[in-house]
Each structure stands twice: as structure tokens, then as C-alpha cells.
Design a protein around this ligand. Structure first.
Ligand code: M6R
Length: 616
């Protein structure tokens, strides 16, 4: 889950590499490094442990000689700690060859033993240096970087994106990918490589997506893509639909603050073009009616926040389509011999489209005959390319490690999918479908209202609670996954112990955690829409209050019944029960962000994490 960028062209490559790394830093920030072939044909390299700013300061003080061919890397450490020496690039062939790498080379120990037995020496603990030394050995034999690169990648097992350049062949960067992302940016007299399009969107929106087990060579004037055997392959062009400003912080204090503010747009953009005459018809799914008519089961596969979106989606999908839905954590799925057949639809949910656990689960299911559909936010990503169909969320680039606007877009996309399938299967009366569409279309305005009315209040609450050591979240029905999401966000960016529970589960154990002063957030269902659920949750509030908990409720405007039992009330506008999660999650996103800010933490780049988890 490192960030990779490569450039060849007429411009000073250092500027392009550093700008690209800044946009890819969400992928890992344990160290950063660049290598540049200068005008004299010499390869210069600089790498530093820590965030990109450390490298930037170093380069400002001790500049590298300028050049127009280069590669850059930002690291999330796997093999070897986050030190200068383990940072990428790694050099070989007496410093004339530089390599950067994302993911894990699983057979690195045996390759290393082979190279050590031949007298090669290693400086770092990384698997990447093994690939660099291997490539150096192959280059010494052929003096052809592309041929040497091909001979190297076929020896590697595991997942990798690998980029390399050699000072004897300036104006050439080669790359390869297996189960790890790499896209090409096409410029005029210049070309780019990146882990995702953010690496080069400032310079070009014309991109090519490279397939599995393919090698790319870029020069200023051309791009060639071959498979690992050297045969030419066709690659799929696509246009990036957003511009560089979408991936800028603008005037916001953090990317997360900006992205939470974009939750209304994320929902609106995901709905756009998918509602016709008041009913849902997703154009990308044209031609799949027979598939949807024949499925007997849906399995949602995802990790982290995306899995909570899947849990929310399950309630609506089962209710509207009458198809049984399971939600599976991607990393558990393929290790337990799941029952799969051609009547099973796997719906993977992933913001990045690169989460390795999810990718592997999708491949596993596809190999066993299941149909696969991806809900994804990132164009050209691997998971949609490995799936039979894709419904893109159009949340725009999400940079903060904590996923927020993608979450509401993922729920929206699932609701669209469920209503699309319900229409195909005829499981909902048209009038009811039309009512759900009206509800969905009102969500952006209602989220905007939550942001407008609650942001300052929640920032104040977070400030008061800055010393809190533990927070619990309770919810029932669709409120349960929102409780899990609220707890995950708090752990992730505030480093506070937090747990989400199904409110009904409380008395089966977790209530023992309650002691005087324990803060408990409770998601209260609408009393108008589900009086029974509402009253049960109010009873749960009383149970924790009786034991001294400090209760913060997220409740519908006008819900007077909760007021006597709440220490704080965060209001959301009225919505149907299945639509409440799209609103009730917003205060929880704001709260986690506010607490992180109040503690003076790095909201966007929390410790130990990376946004895109491309290792299993
Ligand atoms: O890119 P994905 O949606 O597949 O990522 C899945 C999780 O890694 C992700 O949602 C993670 O839990 C977030 N950092 C939570 O905020």
C-alpha cells in the first residue's frame, strides 16, 4: 500500500514526482524517496524516513541535480521498519539502476538466498531490494532494461507493482503489475505512471489501465504494453472524470473536513443519471436482467467502513428484493470454504478498488462460478476490472485515510442497485419504488442541513470530551452498522478506545462496561416510522443511564421522548427508517474529526494506517 509515481518528458522530474507523491501520500507515509536521471546521465537518489515533508526539506537543503526522467515512492512499511535505509528507491548495478515497489514479494527469502550465494550484498531488510538486485543481475547480462525487467518479474511471487529505470537508458521508465495497481497517464511529449490517477491528474486526464501481469515501458513519445512473455497487449483508455482541484484541500483544515463537507454531493453525484421517470435504472447494468432475475442469494464482500456500508445495504436489499443477503468480511470469506454457485451474486464494495482482501475474495468467488459486481469509487482500479459489472460511486477522490463521503456514496449505490433489481424482479410496487427514489433524492439536502446545524455543536462537544478514554456506540437495525462505523472512526483518527454494539446485545455482556461517566452515543430510530424500535432503544438508554452513563443521542428532529434521558442531543432531519443511516452517520464523522482535532492529532494521516490496504 505504497504510492508510486514515474515520469519521462521535458519537465524537471523532481517537481512532478514530489507533487505526485503528495497526492499519493494517503497510501502510506512511513518514508518517501525519489530517483532522477540528471542531464549528465547520472542517477541521483534521495530517500528519508518519515512523511514526505522530511524528504522535501532535505531536497530543499541539498538539491539533486535536475533531470527529466524519474521515479518516486511513498511507503507503508511491511518488510523492515520505517528507516532511511529501508525507504525506496533501492539501487543496484552499482547505483546505476533504481527500483520502487508496492506490495509484497512472497518468495523474497529464497531469491535473496540465491543472490547471496552468488556474492551479492544487501543493505536493507526489504523484499524490494531483492527485486532490484535481481534486475541488476539480469541487466548486466542483457544491457536491455525491458528484457531484464521481464526476466525479473517472472521470478517474483506475490503481489507487486514495480517500477525501474537505469542511467544507461535515460528517457525510459519500465513498470509491471500483479494484483497491485498501476495506471498510465498520457501526455504530449511526456508520459506518467502512477498507483492511481491522482499521481498525474494535474498534467493529464487521459489514462490507460494496465491489466494483470503486464509490463509497460514509457518514453517521452510512446507507451508500449506487453504481457510477461513479451507479446503486445491492448490496453483500455479512460478519461479521468475529476480534475486536480478535486484532490486539493482547498481552504479546509484537513482533507477529512473537506470530504465530510462533500457528503451531500457524493450522494447526489452517485444518484445522477440513474433515475428515470421516478424509477431507478442503472445504465451500466443494461443487459443483466437475466442475471438479476436468476440469482437466489447476494453476498456483500468488503472490509472496514465499506463492510459497514454493506451491512446497511443488506437491510434495504433484502426488504426490497426479497433476496437473502449475507455480508462478509473479505479477509474471512475465502478461508472458510463458502458455498457459491452461478446463482450467487457477489457485490464487492470498495472505495479504492484495490483492497487486497476484497480483490482476492472477488477472484475466489469468480473462479467458483459466482457472478461478481463491484461498487467502487476509483476509475481504472483492479477490483472493478476483475468483476463482471461495476456500479461506480461518484464521490470524487477521497484522500483522508478515514473514509467518509465514500461511505454515504456506497450506501446510496447499494440502494440504487437494490431498487434496480427490485424493478427487474417486480418485487416492489411502482408507487413504493417512486417513494424511495423521492427519499433518496432528498438525502443530499438533508445531509447539508445536518452539517449546517450540528457542525459547531459537535466541535464543541468533541472539545469537551478531548480527555475521554473510551466511548461506546449503540444502535439497532440499520443503526447498528452506524454504531460500528462511529466507533471505527473514533479509534482510527482519535486513538480512543471505542466499541459499537447492537443495542439489544447490551444486556448480554457489554453493559458490564458501563461505569459512572462512560460516554455512550445512541442512534435512536424515528418514533414516527418505527415506534417499537424507538421505544426499545429508549429502554436501552435508560438501562445505561441507570448505571451512570453519559448519553449522547442522535435523534430525529422533534423526538421529544428521548429528551429527558439524554445529556446531549444531535438532531437529524426526518427520513424513512432505511434512509436514516445516511443522516445519522454524519454527526459521528464530525465527532471523530472534532476529537482528533481537539487532541491535536493528524486527522488525515493517522498513525500505523494507510488508506488503501493492498496487502492481505
Ligand atoms: O478502499 P476500501 O473501501 O476497500 O477500504 C476498505 C477499508 O480499508 C476502509 O474502509 C477503512 O476501514 C477506512 N480507513 C475506514 O475509515
Amino acid at each position: 500500500m505504497c504510492g508510486i509515481v514515474g515520469y519521462v518528458g521535458p519537465r524537471p522530474s523532481e517537481d512532478i514526482l514530489i507533487a505526485g507523491l503528495a497526492r499519493l501520500e494517503y497510501r502510506g507515509y512511513d518514508s518517501a524517496g525519489i530517483a532522477v536521471i540528471d542531464q549528465a546521465g547520472h542517477l541521483g537518489m534521495r530517500k528519508r524516513a518519515g512523511k514526505l515533508s522530511v524528504l522535501r526539506d532535505d531536497l530543499a537543503e541539498h538539491p539533486l541535480a535536475a533531470g527529466t526522467t524519474g521515479i518516486g515512492h511513498t511507503r507503508w512499511a511491511t518488510h523492515g521498519g520505517p528507516t532511511d535505509v529501508n525507504a525506496h528507491p533501492h539501487l543496484a548495478d552499482e547505483g546505476r539502476l533504481a527500483v520502487i515497489h508496492n506490495d509484497i514479494i512472497e518468495n523474497f527469502s529464497e531469491l535473496k538466498a540465491e543472490l547471496v550465494s552468488e556474492g551479492y550484498e544487501f543493505l536493507s531488510e526489504t523484499d524490494t531490494e531483492v527485486a532490484a538486485v535481481l534486475l541488476g543481475r539480469e541487466y548486466a547480462a542483457s544491457h536491455d532494461l525491458v528484457a531484464a525487467f521481464r526476466a525479473t518479474v517472472v521470478r517474483l511471487e506475490g503481489a507487486f507493482t514495480l517500477l525501474a529505470m537505469h542511467q544507461d537508458q535515460p528517457g525510459l521508465v519500465v513498470g509491471a503489475r500483479r494484483n497491485s495497481p498501476l495506471v498510465i497517464g498520457l501526455g504530449e511529449g511526456e508520459n506518467f505512471l502512477g498507483s492511481d490517477v491522482a499521481a498525474f491528474v494535474e498534467y493529464t486526464r487521459n489514462a490507460l489501465a494496465i491489466g494483470q501481469d503486464q509490463i509497460v515501458a514509457i518514453t517521452p513519445d510512446g507507451v508500449t504494453v506487453t504481457d510477461f512473455d513479451g507479446a503486445d497487449v491492448e490496453v483500455e483508455p479512460f478519461q479521468v472524470t475529476w480534475d486536480a482541484s478535486a484532490a486539493e484541500k482547498g481552504g479546509w483544515s484537513s482533507f477529512m473536513a473537506k470530504e465530510v463537507s462533500e457528503e451531500p454531493e457524493a450522494v447526489a453525484n452517485t444518484l445522477r443519471g440513474r433515475i428515470h421517470d421516478g424509477l431507478v435504472a442503472i445504465p451500466e447494468l443494461d443487459g443483466l436482467d437475466d442475471l438479476f432475475a436468476g440469482i437466489t442469494r447476494i453476498v456483500m464482500i468488503a472490509a472496514g467502513t465499506a463492510s459497514y456500508a454493506g451491512m446497511v445495504g443488506k437491510y434495504a436489499t433484502e426488504h426490497w428484493t426479497r433476496i437473502p443477503v449475507d455480508v462478509e468480511l473479505a479477509h474471512e470469506f475465502r478461508y472458510r470454504d463458502p458455498v457459491l454457485d452461478s446463482h450467487t451474486l457477489i457485490v464487492s464494495i470498495s472505495q479504492s478498488g484495490e483492497t487486497m482482501d476484497t480483490l482476492m475474495a472477488v477472484k475466489y468467488a469468480r473462479e467458483r462460478g459466482a457472478a461478481t459486481l463491484s461498487i467502487c469509487n476509483t476509475q481504472g482500479a483492479t477490483i472493478p476490472r476483475e468483476s463482471d459489472a461495476v456500479v461506480y460511486t461518484h464521490a470524487g477522490p477521497e484522500v483522508a485515510v478515514a473514509s467518509t463521503k465514500a461511505f454515504v456514496a456506497q450506501i446510496t449505490a447499494q440502494y440504487l442497485l437494490a431498487l434496480h433489481i427490485a424493478r427487474v424482479r417486480g418485487t416492489l410496487p411502482e408507487a413504493e419504488m417512486a417513494q424511495h427514489v423521492i427519499e433518496l433524492e432528498a438525502i443530499p439536502r438533508k445531509i447539508a442541513k445536518v452539517l449546517e446545524t450540528e457542525t459547531a455543536h459537535i466541535a464543541q462537544l468533541a472539545h469537551w470530551m478531548a480527555d475521554t478514554r473510551s466511548v461506546l456506540f449503540l444502535g439497532r437495525h440499520v443503526g447498528y452498522p452506524i454504531a460500528l462505523e462511529g466507533a471505527l472512526k473514533l479509534k482510527e483518527i482519535s486513538y480512543i478506545h471505542a466499541e459499537g454494539f447492537a443495542a439489544g446485545e447490551l444486556k448480554h455482556g457489554p453493559i458490564a462496561l458501563i461505569e459512572p461517566g462512560q460516554p455512550v452515543f445512541v442512534l435512536v430510530p424515528s418514533p414516527r416510522e418505527s415506534a417499537l424500535l424507538h421505544d426499545k432503544v429508549v429502554s436501552n438508554i435508560q438501562e445505561v443511564r441507570a448505571r451512570g452513563a453519559r448519553v449522547i443521542v442522535v435523534a430525529e428532529e422533534g423526538d421529544a421522548a428521548v429528551l429527558p434521558f439524554a445529556d446531549e442531543v444531535l438532531h437529524i432531519p426526518l427520513a424513512g427508517p432505511l434512509f436514516e443511516p445516511l443522516l445519522s452517520v454524519v454527526p459521528l464523522h464530525l465527532f471523530a474529526m472534532g476529537l482528533s482535532e481537539a487532541k491535536g492529532l493528524d486527522v488525515d494521516q493517522p498513525r500505523n494506517l494507510a488508506k488503501s490496504v493492498t496487502v492481505e
